[in-house]
Ligand binder design. Structure first.
Ligand SMILES: CC(C)(COP(=O)(O)OP(=O)(O)OC[C@H]1O[C@@H](n2cnc3c(N)ncnc32)[C@H](O)[C@@H]1OP(=O)(O)O)[C@@H](O)C(=O)NCCC(=O)NCCS
Length: 145
């Protein structure tokens, strides 16, 4: 599968809304969060593109003065999973956040994503009980480099 990793912009608003819906359902980001992710200065916003279609997205929020950055969202459309796109997006986002520590939260039951993060060198540092609106626990994962 040929895909490119490219900068995303506000022009991707509708595509990102659809992607968020497909990946996260009722937990998808509200419109304002999506607009923020596509416009806030200093944020990392990268998309994976196949034949002109956005099939994946990653957001990053670097805090250089604190020496850490957050992966804020990552998702790949169902039909394009297990092709290495999620891993490529994660690596590209890490590269753009030139900070020594990267963190993210993930649902405790999201085994696919947890497996991807473990393989990428993330380790569990905390458990946040009932973090998500559904009441599910979150794992705080961290990678030092
Ligand atoms: C998590 C997600 C982004 C992975 O995207 P992807 O493009 O399928 O991931 P990749 O193909 O790059 O896989 C990278 C690694 O993740 C792990 N992985 C991904 N899907 C997996 C699955 N279904 N079962 C087990 N391991 C899996 C594997 O270790 C894989 O490496 P491998 O293929 O060499 O074994 C995708 O499943 C997704 O969009 N899920 C819904 C949204 C989501 O949960 N995002 C994370 C929120 S914290």
């Amino acid at each position: 599968m040929n895909y490119q990793i490219e900068q995303a912009s506000l022009l991707d608003l509708n595509a990102l809304r659809q992607l968020e819906q497909e990946c996260f359902g009722e937990d998808a980001w509200p419109l304002l969060d999506i607009i923020a992710a596509l416009t806030f200065p200093g944020e990392v916003r990268l998309k994976a593109v196949v034949d002109g279609e956005m099939v994946g997205f990653v957001g990053g929020d670097p805090h250089p003065r604190e020496g850490l950055g957050w992966i804020t969202t990552i998702g790949v459309k169902t039909a394009f999973r297990r092709l290495g796109i999620g891993k490529a997006l994660l690596e590209a986002c890490e590269k753009q956040m030139t900070v020594p520590i990267i963190r993210l939260t993930v649902r405790r039951t999201n085994l696919e994503a947890i497996e991807m993060y473990r393989n990428a060198g993330y380790v569990e540092v905390e458990l946040w009980r009932r973090y998500y609106p559904s009441g599910e626990d979150a794992l705080l994962l961290e990678k030092k480099r």
